[in-house]
Design a protein around this ligand. Structure first.
Ligand code: NGD
Length: 269
């Protein structure tokens, strides 16, 4: 048992939709011919889930919602993916100013961080008390929203793309992991042909200050990933600890030994 549907789900989603289109993101992903009707978008979402038993969901449940929300969008040379690096990736992408993550698209921004589940017996059609987050007999129910979100976003990415991975996981967890959303829903769905094909995949491999370095570029799961990428016909590059990302991480871990070295170097400059 986890938390139930977020209170105010409808108002939050519609409010976020207006904020996204008229304030926050108007420079990046929306143009005037492409403004969406927020009520209509919410309706498409609601009709997929309200009064529906959670464990009956599947990968087509939210198709109409994503079609409406993401039609005509392409993300060229700025799409950024992440796996095990949510915080630092979003600090770096900066709400779409530097790069565009899934969460910077309208479809995902409207619900990121929220919880919801339908319930056929509840008067509201949502269960505000508790949501299952796994269905024994139907793995697809849990993936219905974020699986399709990830797949749809991967299909919009074009040109050079960026993937931020974590090479400091404990307990033998690899940087590139089977069963992650990135490996199951994003990597297989990058476009290989046409005007909007992906040309090159740039891996940014991070190591947290003062944490162990479990993998570097050219090692272990990164070799596996490189082979998959080259086999699909994309160019591959991998960089350990790009400096701009280290500085972001050190902003929150100023006391780490490696960050003190950075501070020392910066003072001498
Ligand atoms: O076993 C799980 C589980 N593993 C991860 N997560 C899980 N949720 C479960 N119920 N059961 C959730 O997925 C968790 O909330 C994480 O915050 C999220 C991502 O997991 P992570 O860091 O291991 O990376 P993934 O590769 O699986 O997924 C990240 C990529 C990224 O490029 C986004 O474009 O997939 C997209 N994404 C997937 C899932 C959720 C985004 C979200 C999101 N915004 O909530």
């Amino acid at each position: 048992k986890t938390n139930g549907t977020t209170c105010g789900l409808k108002e939050i989603m519609i409010g976020r939709c207006y904020e996204y289109q008229y304030l926050k993101y108007q420079l990046f992903l929306t143009n005037q011919s492409n403004v969406k009707n927020c009520t209509q978008l919410y309706q498409a979402f609601e009709s997929a889930v309200r009064y529906k038993p959670y464990c009956n969901m599947n990968m087509s449940t939210y198709e109409k919602y994503f079609q409406l929300a993401l039609s005509d969008v392409h993300v060229i040379n700025r799409a950024m993916f992440w796996s095990g690096t949510y915080g630092v990736t979003h600090a770096y992408s900066a709400d779409g100013a530097n790069y565009i993550t899934l969460e910077d698209t309208l479809a995902a921004a409207m619900v990121n961080g929220l919880v919801w589940c339908g319930n056929e017996n509840h008067t509201d059609g949502f269960d505000f008390f508790s949501c299952p987050n796994n269905c024994k007999d139907n793995r697809w129910a849990d993936l219905a929203f974020w699986g399709l979100a990830s797949k749809t976003f991967a299909q919009l990415a074009a040109g050079e793309i960026y993937v931020v991975l974590n090479g400091s996981h404990a307990n033998d967890r690899p940087a590139f992991r089977n069963n992650s959303y990135f490996s199951d829903f994003e990597l297989p769905n990058f476009r290989r042909t046409g005007e909007y094909r992906v040309t090159k995949i740039n891996i940014l491999l991070l190591h947290s200050p003062d944490k162990q370095v479990t993998e570097k570029c050219g090692e272990k799961s990164l070799v596996e990933l490189e082979n998959l990428i080259l086999a699909q016909g994309f160019q591959y590059a991998c960089k350990d600890d790009p400096e701009e990302l280290i500085l972001i991480m050190c902003g929150n871990q100023w006391e780490a030994r490696e960050c003190q070295i950075a501070r020392h170097v910066l003072r001498q400059a």
